[in-house]
Design a protein around this ligand. Structure first.
Ligand SMILES: Nc1ncnc2c1ncn2[C@@H]1O[C@H](COP(=O)(O)OP(=O)(O)OP(=O)(O)O)[C@@H](O)[C@H]1O
Length: 264
């Protein structure tokens, strides 16, 4: 699937503001995510990327501004509310529970119950259905180098664990997947697998917001790059329109951009 810039954006932030006392973490920030794209969000430390992403994933309630999902205004008071509307977030830490197996991790907090009275009254889990769906999703995403779905996640490598977290987001994210530094803790080979997986999820129709400090990774996978500076979008560029050093220059304020490209 290729990005559709002529269509209704899937997710939009308009004029978001978040203040912590005298610090303005988000300062009238805009962001637009179109169907079929990987939108990278880059910015210096303290630029307000995490705060922006938290607002989009329901982990923070903005003081001002609006969030639109498929063109409709939405208000999230918790991450659960954002998830219920199809926005899944993969956090860098907390990605998976090591002691649980792969299938249990995929369904953590959203376990399937057995049909009928066994599930509704006795709350019995449908382990078989969860394992089958987990297996199918891992296979679909090309993650079947992991042999056994009932294998404990603590026995997997860092890249495989991140793969499980990405598979979970693809399993439940019906509209948007937000990934916060998914390759930060990984080696070269593992990063490559996770980047391919991210592209695979995009190609299967889920648009992605990717927060990353890794410029080569961003330039490799992003369709567009939202550059965040001083709490707002300084520019939206593409890997074709600008070089990595130009992106860094915009990020740090060394290079000015005209207002037209700042439209998110
Ligand atoms: N809970 C909080 N309380 C007070 N100040 C905060 C809080 N969260 C963030 N800030 C401040 O808001 C600003 C933006 O922080 P934020 O974490 O969103 O930036 P960031 O771009 O994600 O940075 P990094 O790349 O270092 O994670 C910073 O000045 C930070 O100190």
């Amino acid at each position: 699937m290729t990005a559709h810039y002529d269509q209704q954006p899937v997710l939009q932030a308009r004029g978001l503001v978040k203040r912590y006392g005298s610090v303005t973490a988000i300062d009238h920030a805009d962001l637009t995510l179109y169907p079929g794209e990987i939108l990278a969000v880059i910015g210096d430390n303290g630029a307000g990327k995490s705060s922006l992403i938290k607002a989009l994933s329901g982990a923070l309630v903005p003081d001002e501004g609006e969030i639109l999902l498929d063109g409709q205004p939405v208000h999230f008071n918790s991450p659960m509310q954002a998830r219920e509307l199809g926005i899944e977030t993969v956090y860098q830490n907390l990605a998976v529970s090591p002691a649980l197996n792969i299938a249990d991790n995929l369904f953590l907090g959203r376990e399937l119950r057995k049909p009928g009275i066994l599930g509704s009254v006795f709350r019995m889990l449908d382990k078989k259905a969860m394992e089958e769906r987990a297996q199918a999703k891992m296979k679909e995403l090309g993650l079947m180098t992991i042999q056994n779905i009932s294998q404990a996640v603590e026995s997997l490598s860092g890249g495989q664990r991140q793969g499980v977290a990405v598979a979970r987001s693809a399993l439940f994210g019906s509209k948007v997947v937000i990934m916060d530094e998914p390759t930060a803790a990984l080696g070269v080979k593992e990063s490559r697998r996770v980047l391919n997986l991210i592209k695979e999820v995009r190609d299967r129709g889920l648009p992605i917001i990717l927060i990353s400090h890794n410029m080569p990774h961003v330039f490799e996978v992003a369709d567009r790059i939202h550059i965040h500076r001083l709490g707002k979008c300084a520019a939206t560029i593409t890997p074709e329109s600008h070089t990595m050093s130009e992106a860094v220059a915009i990020m740090t304020g060394a290079m000015e951009v005209d207002d037209s490209s700042a439209a998110a």
